[in-house]
Design a protein around this ligand. Structure first.
Ligand SMILES: Cc1cc2nc3c(=O)[nH]c(=O)nc-3n(C[C@H](O)[C@H](O)[C@H](O)COP(=O)(O)O)c2cc1C
Length: 216
């Protein structure tokens, strides 16, 4: 697959089928992850694949509670807005809510989860290039994924289910469910680059406008 196709069409693909992800694809996902950069090449990371149904069921129960907590806290205002308005922001948020609710209700059917952990990461950002590489590699094999951080609301409980040695400094960074998509791949809709980019000094326009995605 063309690298630009993977970059432009790797979305939050939450609706996936329960069919298992073959081992050779799982191997490519992990191998792509460990090719990623990390600060000082420290590779202070661990990855855990979870495909055991009982383990996924335990995580699903936690996930369900976490999403409820998310709506009640971080996104409280957006939820209220989405429920009372029909403006474009409300519509977009409603669509994300529907997709997230699907994940909340169907989490136990995910065939494969990838947990990423970091340890002593002074840069604060060394794990996410690896996670994104894993998601891009999955995309190349036709596997959808969605990066989730919401299990942080039940951090201790999740670490306990997974048997993580927190006394060694390991922290959960995120959980990425994988699976074959039920829908279609599409280009991610975003605010155009020129609206969020500057040149040389803060606030100076970048000098060109990109009003449509540059792929395909
Ligand atoms: C650091 C990070 C944390 C995220 N946490 C969650 C999460 O907890 N639950 C979830 O459903 N999606 C989560 N997402 C996915 C975003 O909601 C998603 O990337 C965004 O809505 C864009 O989706 P799209 O690519 O389909 O347009 C997270 C993404 C990032 C980068």
């Amino acid at each position: 697959m063309d690298i630009r196709e993977a970059l432009y069409t790797t979305r939050a693909m939450r609706r996936v089928k329960p069919d298992p992800v073959p081992d050779d694809i799982q191997a490519r996902i992990l191998d792509a992850a460990v090719r990623a950069p990390s600060g000082g090449n420290a590779q202070g990371w661990r990855f855990m694949l979870v495909d055991d149904k009982d383990q996924i069921a335990k995580i699903a129960a936690l996930y369900e509670e976490c999403i409820a907590m998310l709506w009640d806290t971080v996104y409280k205002d957006q939820v209220a807005h989405a429920n009372t308005s029909d403006d474009p922001d409300a519509k977009q948020f409603k669509s994300i809510m529907n997709s997230v609710t699907w994940a909340q209700e169907n989490f136990a059917t995910y065939p494969l989860l990838l947990f990423a952990f970091d340890q002593f990461d002074t840069t604060g950002g060394s794990i996410f290039p690896a996670v994104w590489s894993a998601m891009l590699q999955a995309r190349a094999d036709g596997i959808g994924s969605s990066l989730t951080s919401v299990l942080m609301f039940k951090n201790e409980e999740t670490l306990d289910v997974l048997g993580v040695p927190t006394e060694e400094g390991w922290r959960m960074s995120c959980c990425v469910p994988f699976g074959y998509p039920t829908g279609k791949w599409g280009v991610a809709k975003r605010r155009p680059a020129h609206e969020v980019s500057y040149r040389n000094t803060w606030g100076t326009p970048v000098g060109f406008e990109i009003n449509e995605p540059l792929w395909p």
